[in-house]
Design a protein around this ligand. Structure first.
Ligand SMILES: [Zn+2]
Length: 140
């Protein structure tokens, strides 16, 4: 059995990548990002949940309220004017089967499309920098 990479992050495998932790959710930058939408992050439940329908209402409330906070913080952290928030549920676009909500920083003229025309793979260091920038923007 291949361990779930998001459960590993949830359990503290790489805290430098985690921009925020709440009681039952956490936030990490995605590995592949559109060039004009840097700062694309995921909001995830800390426990393994596959589908939206499997998440308790209280958990969804927490995940989406965190997504709301992050949607504001990406303005400060990444110079976004807004964001696009979405979630893929199973086939064909959910690849890692641990529920996650995408928050994509947006700005005018970024040419955002779904699916992405092209994405770049970020280094761990680049993702850690993004996590740190978001952490600062989320600080009270
Ligand atoms: Zn998992």
């Amino acid at each position: 059995v291949v361990p779930c990479p998001f459960c590993e992050l949830a359990s503290g495998a790489d805290e430098d990548l985690v921009a925020l932790r709440t009681q039952d959710a956490f936030v990490v930058p995605v590995t592949h990002q559109r060039r004009l939408n840097r700062g694309h992050v995921l909001v995830l439940p800390a426990r393994h949940v596959t589908r939206l329908a499997d998440a308790e209402p209280a958990l969804l409330a927490e995940v989406y309220s965190v997504a709301g906070r992050v949607s504001m913080a990406v303005r400060t952290a990444f110079g976004a004017t807004g964001s696009t928030i979405f979630q893929n549920d199973e086939s064909p676009d959910q690849v890692l089967m641990h529920l996650h909500v995408h928050v994509v920083p947006r700005r005018a003229g970024d040419g955002f499309t779904m699916p992405a025309a092209a994405k770049d793979e970020l280094t761990r260091a680049e993702r850690c920098e993004q996590a740190a920038a978001l952490r600062r923007a989320l600080a009270p």
